[in-house]
Structure formats: C-alpha cells, structure tokens
Design a protein around this ligand. Structure first.
Ligand code: ADP
Length: 542
C-alpha cells in the first residue's frame, strides 16, 4: 500500500523560493573583488537568479548543459548556484587554484558551454580560451564598465550586461529530483581528475542534514561565513542550507588573509564560520599579534584536513568558540561525519573531551559507514582497530561522470581511500589517507598523530609526516617541519618533544626543516610533492 501524501520532487529552486518568500529581507553580504562591500537580500538573490535563468534560455542552453564558474565566494556566484541549477542546467564549479592546463582539461571534459569568471581570473581565461572550443560564451562577473575592451577573448560579455536586459520573473521547471544539478572535480592527486555529479535530490537532502543541530546547527538567527570556497564541493553545501534556514550569508570574496576574515566576522556579527585549518591558522595568527577577541562568533566547523589540537584548544579556551571537526570529501557532497559530543560526555574532564573532539566525529543521518580489512571483512568498532573506511548514502557518489575509472563501489559501498578507527560510540577517527599510511615493522603509524604533536610545539607552523624506505622496518616516519617566522628549535629538541606522547617506535626517526610544506589546490598538504622534494633524502639509520 502506498502512502497518501503529496509527492513533490526535491528541487534546488524550492530552496531559493523558500528563502525569498520567508526570509526575503535576510541579508547577503559580499566582499567584492573590487574591494568594497555589497549588500542585498534573499529576495534579490531570487530576482537575479531568475534573470540568470532567462539569460541561459536566451543563450540557447538546453536542460543538462554545463555552466562553468571560476569564482570566489560572492553574491553573483550565489545567483548562478540557483539560476543555473534551478533552471535545469548543471553548475560546474572549477577550482581556480589548479594549473591553467588542468582547468582547460576539466572545462573540456565537462563540456562547459558557458564559463563565468571573476576578474581575478581573467589571466587564466586569457590563457585557456583558445583551448576550450566548446565554450560558446565567456562571462566576466563584473559591471559592464569594468570589462576591458582589449582582452582578445571572443564572445566575452559582462555578467551585468548578460542578465541586465532579462526579465526577473521565471517559472522554475519541475522535473525528476534525480536530475543532475551541479558537479565538482576531485583534485586528481593521482591521475586525471574525476567528477562527482550531484543531483537535486542529493543536494536538498544534504542541505537538510547539514543544518541539523549536531551538524552545523544553522538557523535564521545565524550570520554565516563560508570561508570554504564555493568553487570546491559547493562550500560544503552552506549556500543551500542557508537558503533552507534563512541564515544571513557573509562572503569573503578573494580576501582570505587573517585581517580581512577577522574584520568581516566582527563587522557582520558572524556567529558561525566554516573553513580548512590553513585559513584559520592565518586568522588566529593575526588575532594573537593584535590581541583581538571575537564578539559574536560562537562556533566554527573545521575540516578538509585534520584539525590540529592546538587549534581546537585556542578557539575554545582563548576565544570561547566551539570547534566542530568535520570530515567528508568531494564524492560525499561533502559531509560525512561531524564531531559533537553526546549527553553522557558532558561531565568528562576537559582532556578526555579533547580526545573526542580531535576525532572526525559521528556519522550524520543519511551516511552509513564501516571499516574493513584487506579481505573486505568488517572490523570492530573498538576505537583501536583501523581499516579502510567505506560509506554509503543518498548524497554519496555512485559512479563518476562519464563512468570514469569504472565502477567505484564495492558491494554498494564507496571506498573513501581513508584509513580510520571507529569507537563503540560511533566516533570515527582518520589515521591517514591510505596512500600516506606508514608501515613500520608490520605496524601502522598514523601520520596525522605525528603531525598533530609536532604542530603543538610553539615553534612549529606546519608539519608533514611521511614514510621513508628502511632496510629493516620497511618504512620509518620522518617529519618535515616549517617553523613560524623567527622561531627556532633544534632537531633533537623537537624529537624529544614526542617522548611520552607516542610509543617509542611511532616517534619519527628524523626532522627535516623546510621553508614551507607544499599545499594543493584544496588547501591540503601535498605529500606527493614533498616526497619528490625529499627524493634524495636518506634516513640516518638506513
Ligand atoms: P579531493 O578533491 O582531493 O578528493 P576533498 O576535498 O574531497 O579533495 O578531500 C577529501 C579528503 O580530505 C578525505 O578523503 C580525507 O582524506 C581528507 N579530509 C577531509 N576532512 C578531513 C579531516 N577532518 N581530517 C582528516 N582528513 C580529512
């Protein structure tokens, strides 16, 4: 027997309709590429998203056609999120931090018909346009009078001119909720990048989940600053969840330095911010130097790479800001787990709470997870046994765009490529990317554990632990360290800092001082590059 409730497809257009109808005067604040602050409302977003939809019709784009973006977090990008997907096209956010040839490859692979870009990225577009014959229109996200005349880019128009003459009413089409809505390529640290193709259904379900109290706890009382880029995994879904809840949105544009981010948080009374650890490192540095405090920020979600304990500690104990450690990936829309404690942990001593907070957290409803061994047998949830982390759920990838890489699933589960433990309360902790695992004498050493300890040393700005070949133990860990400006610490002193914090055999054999740790396009340490840089390195004991 079927239920007798109404059946409406879950569509992204419904999110912007809701925001405009119920939170029409809710604010969207953007720091523009031009440097000034732009303000308008959710009602304005809908109006201009409808102009985008009409402009796409006028440009002759059909259902499912891809519209690429190379853009910072800002109001025009937000309009594209809703106008492109809402009208049945696919929004393809491209990471501008990739190399120009990678960007051209991705634009061609996705078969983007239109590409919208912030003026910051004009040099990239100048370099790639002749290699992207499929792009019929290039749209600069600026006013008509800001567009230089002599770019040499054919079919180039300013965004304001493109949408300016279009009507601001549009009847959003109704279609199958499984229709593709947006896409994002993984960083492709191994081989060519592959794309996750999200659907309206997966996006709306993820938006519900992300807003839950044990996830981001978003509401109409929040002022939300996504520092996580809209060009990678939809800024962790925040634009959609903000529309769903009517939260105020604050966009940093391209100004991601500590001072700009801090000023925006204070100026716009931000209550909730989301970002990767490297962004917060810059902001905390700026705050410490200038003896600043927060007046409204009460929580921040940190993910993308392991959040160092020192960062959780500083946010909580110096600034009274709760840190929510999150884990996910492009293939998961991206949210998988989030670390919030349970009622029974309320009275735990601070040190024990900290141990929990360092974990990547509990599965969000909608995501199921398990850890498996080499034989694919499920491993116990004892907080000690580690194995390959598999996930499944309605916003987790089933296959890559164009079937790239064959069938990624194993028995219906998506193998994340991460190695993790899960404890009896369901708290998952990542120990490593499987390709970064260090195997010493048949035992695994967690590079994240080593890095977290090194980064707790006051002289260390950043640390990356990698395995080096060893004749007896197969591999031994070393830690590459970039020091804070002006700080000093000797190799032996830093090695001694690990005493008592790790078992003896887990302590790195050596410290290598480097000017900086290479960082990839999504803000993660690039260990492949570090290994290349250290290819002539030999262990003292090898
Ligand atoms: P990519 O494009 O490389 O897939 P993602 O942004 O999707 O980039 O990265 C996903 C990966 O990032 C995860 O599989 C995991 O290895 C790492 N990651 C994400 N969040 C965390 C976290 N909180 N702690 C440790 N690693 C994390």
């Amino acid at each position: 027997m079927l239920g007798l409730m109404q059946s409406h497809p879950l569509l992204i257009s419904a999110l912007i309709e809701h925001a405009a109808r119920h939170h029409g005067d809710g604010q969207i604040v953007s720091r523009r590429v031009e440097g000034d602050i732009h303000r308008y409302t959710w009602a304005d977003v809908r109006r201009r998203a409808m102009q985008v939809a009409n402009a796409l019709d006028a440009s002759g784009l059909g259902a499912g056609d891809r519209v690429g973006t190379l853009a910072w977090n800002g109001y025009r990008h937000l309009e594209l999120y809703f106008g492109v997907s809402g009208s049945g096209r696919v929004l393809h956010t491209v990471n501008p931090r990739l190399l120009p040839e990678q960007i051209a490859w991705i634009v061609n692979h996705a078969e983007d018909r239109i590409l919208c870009f912030d003026m910051t990225f004009l040099p990239i577009v100048k370099g790639i346009h002749s290699h992207c014959p499929g792009v019929k229109q290039w749209i600069a996200l600026c006013d008509a009078d800001k567009l230089p005349a002599d770019t040499g880019i054919p079919h180039l128009v300013s965004y304001e001119a493109w949408i300016g003459s279009q009507a601001d009413r549009y009847d959003w089409p109704v279609f199958d909720e499984n229709t593709a809505s947006s896409m994002c390529y993984t960083s492709g640290t191994t081989g060519n990048p592959k794309a996750a193709l999200y659907s309206h259904r997966s996006t709306v379900l993820h938006a519900y989940a992300a807003a839950l109290p044990d996830v981001m706890s978003l509401s109409a009382r929040d002022s939300v600053l996504p520092v996580v880029p809209m060009f990678h995994v939809n800024a962790w879904g925040i634009p959609y969840s903000a529309a769903m809840t009517g939260a105020k949105l604050v966009f940093p544009g391209g100004a991601l330095d500590g001072k700009s981010v801090y000023e925006l948080i204070e100026g716009e009374k931000v209550t909730f911010a989301a970002g990767v650890p490297t962004v917060w490192q810059m902001m905390l540095g700026h705050m410490a130097q200038n003896k600043l405090k927060f007046s409204t920020l009460n929580r921040t979600v940190i993910g993308g790479s392991a959040c160092p304990p020192a960062m959780i500690d500083t946010f909580r104990n110096q600034y009274g800001v709760d840190v929510l450690h999150a884990w996910g990936m492009t293939e998961m829309s991206p949210l998988g787990t989030l670390c919030t404690l349970k009622e029974k942990h309320r009275d735990l001593p601070e040190a024990d709470q900290m141990k929990l907070r360092l974990k990547q957290g509990r599965a969000i409803f909608g995501v199921d997870m398990k850890i498996v061994g080499a034989d694919e047998q499920e491993l116990p949830w004892d907080g000690k046994t580690y194995g390959d982390l598999y996930v499944k759920g309605p916003w987790i990838l089933g296959s890559y765009f164009k079937g790239e890489g064959g069938d990624p699933l194993r028995g219906g589960w998506f193998p994340t490529g991460d190695v993790a433990t899960i404890d009896a309360d369901g708290f998952m902790q990542i120990t490593d990317r499987s390709k970064d695992v260090i195997k010493s004498g048949g035992e695994w050493i967690s590079s994240i554990d080593v890095e977290n300890i090194a980064m707790a040393h006051p002289a260390v700005a950043m640390a990356a632990c990698i395995g080096m070949p060893h004749p007896k133990w197969d591999e031994r860990p070393i830690v590459a360290v970039a020091l804070k400006p002006g700080a000093e610490v000797a190799r032996d002193e830093l090695l001694a800092f690990f005493d008592g914090k790790l078992a003896k055999w887990q302590i790195p054999d050596d410290v290598v001082f480097v000017d900086s740790i290479p960082i990839g396009a999504t803000g993660k340490m690039l260990k492949t590059k570090l290994r290349e840089q250290l290819k002539d390195y030999r262990l003292p004991s090898a």
